[in-house]
Design a protein around this ligand. Structure first.
Ligand SMILES: [Zn+2]
Length: 120
């Protein structure tokens, strides 16, 4: 067993140890982790976009509207929406089996800050 596999096992154990109301969220996170593991076995590395609210891996690009013109010309990142909880945002969390770059870590931190703000 590689060092990485051991780490992934540990992470899953922690996920299963948290409170019951988070079960659905955990289930989504586990699905993402499993999907990434499958892809890793196939030698593929990619990012999966996950909803920051419910961790659903079903996040997709929001249908473009007139208001999304800036995204079309590349000045803003495109909007994403979650069919599970209705979340919609320009910043999307990514689950990845690639080592995170500093830029990606910053983006995730930024998304978490936004979530904190809206919770006030
Ligand atoms: Zn969601």
């Amino acid at each position: 067993m590689t060092e990485q596999e051991t780490k992934q096992k540990k992470r899953k154990k922690q996920q299963f140890a948290v409170a019951e109301e988070l079960q659905e969220e955990i289930q989504n996170a586990v699905e993402v982790a499993q999907a990434l593991e499958e892809l890793e076995k196939e030698g593929k590395q990619l990012d999966i976009q996950v909803c920051p609210k419910c961790k659903s891996p079903k996040v997709r690009r929001a249908k473009s509207t007139g208001g999304d013109m800036w995204a079309h010309i590349g000045l803003l990142p495109p909007s994403y929406e979650c069919p599970d909880c209705g979340w919609q945002e320009r910043i999307v969390l990514k689950a990845t089996n690639k080592p995170l770059s500093v830029k990606e870590v910053e983006l995730i931190a930024e998304a978490q800050d936004i979530e904190d703000e809206s919770a006030k």
